[in-house]
Each structure stands twice: as C-alpha cells, then as structure tokens.
Design a protein. Structure first.
Length: 202
C-alpha cells in the first residue's frame, strides 16, 4: 500500500478515500498490478462523474429489488469459491424500469458483494443470467450499444472480477437477440438449459 499511495499525489482531481480497505478492492481486482489498479480507480470515478444515474441512492432502487430481478445466492459459492450473482432478465418490464435502472442495481449488488468480503474480492464473481420469460418487449430495449456499455463498465470501471457468465433457460428468441448484439464476442459465456443440473458441481 505504501507503494500505491504516492500515485494519488499526481492526480489532484481524484477525491477518493485512502483507507486500506477501499484501495485494496482495486488492487485485488487487478491482481496487484499498481498501474492497472490506479487506472481502474480513475475510471471508477470518471464513471461516477459522467453517469450519476448509475449510482442513485439505494432507496431509489427499492422497487426494482422488490421485483426480484436480481439477487445474490446467499451463503452459496461456486466450486472455486466464487460469489454468485443472479440476474433474471426475463422478469424485466421495460415499461417500469429502464436498462440503466437494471445496470445501476447490478452495480449496487456487485459492489455490496465485494465491499467487505475478502473472498469475493480475491476469487471473483460468477454471474448467472436467467432468460426465462425473455421476449420481444425486452429485446426491443436491449441492443448492441447497451450490451457493450454494460460489459465495458463491469470489466473496466468497477473493482470487481467477473470470472464467468452463465446463461440459463435460453429461448430461441433470446438466442436471436444475443446473435444480433454479438455479445458473445465480448465475454465468455456458458449456455445451460436445465436448471436441474448443478451449475457448480463439487
């Protein structure tokens, strides 16, 4: 940490907590690459300044959480001890919530997952996207630009490590949607269509 702290003196516009716990999240997200961690921290605050709508008070996201679109698997980890994040994209009602609302809630959950959990910081997060119920109403509101924005933010601007994304219960329509936005070129996905099979065998 002594080696990392002097980098902040050259960036006068960067107003950030300098406590070890906060900075350690960025170092772990970049495997203690000091340059990479510092760039991540700068990008994190640039995202805050340029996209304040993605960081609303948690009370503003209460209706979305009550809709049970996204959650963590309480007490559950993968066989590699990764934390698990679940997004039920088929439950998204675009008439009630914008995609930015979904993204803001996902950011809030993932930051909460890693804020005080050393294991989540070190081993990363597995994301599970459940496509049950995904239809035209969602597909019309979810294009290439939004997909790239989402993945860019998750990979480049947040102190988290998303190790793998699993897509489950993928319908033909969802498959068409992913083909259109070419999201598989951006991330590593595993397709699973049978929830009775364990995602993370021991």
């Amino acid at each position: 940490m002594v080696t990392f702290l002097p980098r902040f003196s050259a960036e006068s516009s960067l107003k950030t907590p300098l406590d070890d716990c906060f900075l350690l999240r960025f170092l772990r997200a970049r495997r203690f690459d000091y340059d990479g961690a510092f760039c991540l921290l700068c990008d994190y605050y640039r995202l805050h300044r340029s996209n304040p709508e993605l960081f609303p008070p948690v009370a503003n996201l209460k209706p979305l959480f009550e809709a049970n679109l996204l959650s963590t698997v309480t007490g559950g980890r993968s066989n590699l001890d990764e934390s698990v994040f679940l997004l039920r994209l088929g439950r998204w009602d675009p008439r009630k919530f914008s995609f930015d609302d979904i993204l803001a809630a996902a950011i809030k959950v993932m930051e909460w997952l890693t804020a005080e959990d050393d294991v989540a910081q070190i081993n990363g997060i597995v994301s599970v996207i459940d496509m049950t119920g995904f239809g035209w109403s969602q597909l019309r509101k979810f294009g290439p630009g939004l997909a790239k924005k989402c993945i860019f933010i998750m990979e480049k601007c947040l102190p988290i490590r998303i190790k793998t994304i699993f897509i489950i219960n993928e319908s033909t329509l969802a498959d068409i949607g992913f083909a259109i936005i070419k999201v598989r070129e951006l991330c590593v996905f595993f397709l699973l269509n049978d929830l009775t099979k364990p995602l993370f065998p021991t």
